[in-house]
Design a protein around this ligand. Structure first.
Ligand code: EPZ
Length: 407
């Protein structure tokens, strides 16, 4: 179990460049299995989750070669295996194996898909979409013996189910329609990758129309991670410093910046970087919802901002319950009241403490409190945070933080 040792109370100053988006990298890595060719992926980040995803696809015979910023994935010669259960159980994105291996081999395993364990994470929408394409559900396996398009009508937005439906549609002969899709920037990166490999995909309103075919290797650049960018902007305010954040498309952060701006924060947005200045002067009220609304993955990150300034509220309309991290934040002095999918966070006296990362973003929130509090804090289960942030201690140290990671 890894630990962060932090000597906090230092305002962080400087510049940081965000790495390739985690949630864009993972669908691309798994979708490569559905293609017969060599894919060229630029800007894949080297984080815990992408390492596990690459290990999983190597199990099928994919050859992965890194050449600086470029990752080559050769999926010309693969053979079906039952993926390593232990690796699969570490990632939620391993659900993308369902469409990728059904398309390529006509078979997929129902395994214990992992990922952050903050809420119930059903896969009924994934299974609905796959069955519309003709997949038959057995006790532990899915099989597919037809190659036909489908019309999928989701009843709400799901990133993962949209990914699986897109991979299926892109590899089926004929025209498929997927209605009520998720439109996060990471979905659009997958679309670009599938298009580069030969699929024709149109987005109209909330629907994708997809003309699929046998796909060759694709080519894509992974955009900067908007959640990492939001994390450093918030950290700049929490530590009372000033951090210029490079490498993200500012329009992806509009909904994140809105409630902060309403409370008095000023954002400088230039073509190359974003910087936050002026402190919040009023409580901040956040409501998360699917893109383009406030991202759920930034709600735990915003919690330290509320706690160290004027308080506020968070309502999560994506996850039924994503507040497990608050009990750990309480160890650092955060006062809160939570009911169902809504929490009030009170202005709090933050103290150094020993706490535990409950999940990736919740752990990052605790680390932010540790960086703010004067004195020594220890965050355990720190490896959960490193699943999603590349070279984190290196980036924080360059900004002036006193932090060490020990296994
Ligand atoms: C993705 O998870 C992200 N993970 C999550 O980021 C993110 O919180 C989430 O999307 C929402 O933006 C990856 O991209 C790897 P969903 P996913 O399917 O795809 C319900 C992070 O911190 N639902 O969009 O698993 C579900 O319960 C991680 O980086 C069903 O009911 O999320 C939830 O309420 C954590 N049935 C809602 O839909 C289903 O079959 C949205 O979930 C699927 C989902």
């Amino acid at each position: 179990m890894g630990k962060f040792f932090v000597n906090g109370g230092v305002a962080l100053y400087g510049s940081v460049r965000v790495s390739g988006s985690k949630n864009a990298s993972l669908p691309v890595i798994f979708a490569s299995l559905a293609m017969r060719g060599v894919s060229e992926i630029t800007g894949l980040s080297d984080i815990g989750d992408t390492r596990v995803a690459l290990e999983i696809i190597k199990g099928f015979g994919a050859k992965v070669e890194k050449r600086g910023e470029l990752t080559l994935i050769d999926t010309r010669e693969l053979e079906y295996i039952i993926p390593d259960e232990q690796l699969v159980s570490r990632l939620r994105a391993s659900t993308y194996l369902l469409s990728a291996t059904l398309s390529r081999f006509g078979r997929a395993e129902l395994q214990s898909f992992g990922g952050c364990n903050f809420s119930k994470r059903p896969i009924d929408m994934h299974l609905y979409a796959l069955s519309e394409f003709g997949a038959l559900l057995g006790e532990r396996t899915l099989t597919l013996s037809v190659n036909r398009p489908a019309i999928i009508e989701f009843d709400k937005c799901s990133v993962g189910a949209t990914v699986n439906a897109l991979i299926m549609a892109a590899t089926r002969k004929g025209e498929s329609t997927i209605k009520r899709v998720a439109k996060e920037p990471h979905i659009m990166t997958l679309v670009e990758y599938l298009r580069s490999a030969g699929a024709e995909i149109r987005l109209e309103g909330d629907s994708f129309t997809v003309k699929g075919r046998e796909l060759s290797g694709g080519r894509v650049t992974i955009p900067g991670d908007m959640i990492e960018a939001g994390t450093f902007l918030t950290l700049s305010l929490v530590t009372r410093g000033s951090i210029k954040v490079y490498g993200v498309n500012p329009s992806e952060l509009s909904a994140f910046m809105k409630p902060l701006s309403d409370s008095g924060v000023e954002f400088t947005v230039t073509p190359s970087y974003i910087c936050a200045s002026r402190e919040p002067r009023a409580p901040i009220d956040i409501v998360t919802a699917p893109y383009p609304e406030f991202p759920t993955d930034l709600q735990p990150i915003a919690a330290p901002l509320l706690a160290t300034y004027c308080g506020g509220s968070i309502e999560d309309r994506v996850w039924e319950s994503r507040f497990g991290y608050l009990a750990e934040m309480a160890k650092h002095g955060v006062g809160f009241r939570q009911r169902g999918n809504r929490a009030e966070i009170f202005p709090s006296q933050i103290v150094p403490a020993e706490s535990e990362a409950t999940d990736l973003r919740g752990g990052m929130a605790n680390l932010m409190l540790a960086l703010f509090a004067n004195g020594e804090s220890v965050i355990s289960s720190a490896e959960l945070v490193l699943r999603g942030y590349e070279r984190l201690t290196e980036k924080l140290t360059a900004l002036g933080a006193e932090i060490e990671y020990c296994m």
